[in-house]
Design a protein around this ligand. Structure first.
Ligand code: UDP
Length: 327
């Protein structure tokens, strides 16, 4: 049983990781500033309210809770926003993580599970993208995550930090009992927006681009259930607690769906018509991102178990039909 500081623990993926940690008998200490996280998502352990760029707040959290490890989710994560406001992304994602790593070094905490992204690959010609594929991010979001990965390697060499880095593909779904789920303000992610259209809360879903070099012209993504993602984080943590080496691994299923296919499946799962129209491409979007998940299986024994697209949409639908965190 370990105490784990979870930055961004009140956000979508972070809260599901806290839930998985608590279920496994660990103590997740949520560190969040609630700019994008939700107080009602903090249900699984203690809370420290603070900003990543606030070194004193981090030092106080390490002193008060003495964590054995950190899971680091807190970040800005919207592709289009990162293209428009790169400075904020470099400051918060890279500067924020640097502050965290120095606080960890000085507190003697040498284990980190880090939330990276498939956006580090950028446009790839490969049908399935392995970890050694070229890393050429097409947007500042991906560039900042890649910069952090390099920073982790440097801190590893100099200070002995051991890190498990997960490059997520597209996260979807919610905890089955839907006490926590995906809620962003504004919402920009495909499946929540499709479900808002299903509920009549928005007029239509706009497909960003239909002239990509893919079979139906829409972007193709690999969708992974947030519960599967949380489970991988637990395995990554356990590897580090056992003394295992650093690792960088993709988390995805190995199967891609186009935006058009996702909308089609959502119509079937919800039984609602879901109006859709075509809009322009979204700046920074690669055409196709599909994961080769073999390394996570080989190194962690992890595979996606809940990531059938219909199930992810169904779990997100249960959550979307509830009151969310506004209740
Ligand atoms: N997308 C879309 N319409 C929307 C939101 C997203 O067509 O209203 C597309 C987007 O261009 C991308 C895919 O859906 O190809 C997944 O986008 P999302 O924002 O969910 O995740 P990202 O791939 O940016 O991490």
């Amino acid at each position: 049983m370990a105490t784990v500081l979870v930055t961004g623990g009140a956000g979508y993926v972070g809260s599901h990781a806290c839930r998985a940690l608590a279920e496994a008998g660990h103590v997740p200490v949520c560190f969040d500033d609630f700019r994008t996280g939700w107080r009602a998502a903090v249900r699984f352990g203690p809370l420290v309210e603070g900003r990543l760029l606030d070194r004193a707040a981090l030092d106080a959290a390490f002193a008060a809770h003495r964590p054995e490890a950190v899971m680091h989710f807190a970040a800005l994560s919207l592709v289009a926003e990162s293209v428009a406001e790169p400075g904020r992304y470099w400051r918060e994602n890279v500067g924020g993580t640097l502050t965290l790593l120095e606080a960890m070094r000085d507190a003697g905490v040498g284990r980190l599970v880090f939330s990276s992204t498939a956006a580090v690959y950028g446009d790839s010609d490969l049908a399935l993208i392995p970890e050694h594929a070229p890393q050429r991010p097409t947007n500042p979001y991906g560039a900042t995550k890649l910069a952090v990965e390099r920073m982790l390697a440097d801190f590893g060499a100099a200070h002995g930090l051991r890190a498990v880095v997960f490059r997520y593909f597209n996260v979807a779904g919610a905890a089955a009992e839907a006490t926590i789920g995906e809620q962003h303000r504004p919402e920009t992610h495909l499946i929540p927006l499709v479900l808002e259209a299903a509920l009549g809360r928005r007029e239509a879903i706009v497909q960003h681009g239909d002239d990509y070099p893919t079979p139906d012209g829409a972007c193709v993504r690999d969708y992974i259930h947030v519960g599967d993602l949380a489970e991988a984080h637990l395995l990554g943590l356990e590897r580090l607690l056992r003394g295992g080496e650093s690792l960088t691994a993709n988390l995805g299923v190995g199967r891609g769906y186009s935006v058009r296919e996702v909308i089609e499946r959502a119509r079937a799962v919800t039984g609602r018509p879901i109006p859709a129209r075509i809009g322009p491409r979204r700046p920074g979007d690669p055409a196709r991102l599909v994961c080769d998940p073999a390394l996570a299986l080989a190194e962690l024994g992890w595979r996606a178990r809940r990531s059938d697209l219909d199930r992810m949409i169904a779990d997100a639908w249960t959550w979307a039909q509830g009151a969310g965190y506004d209740a």
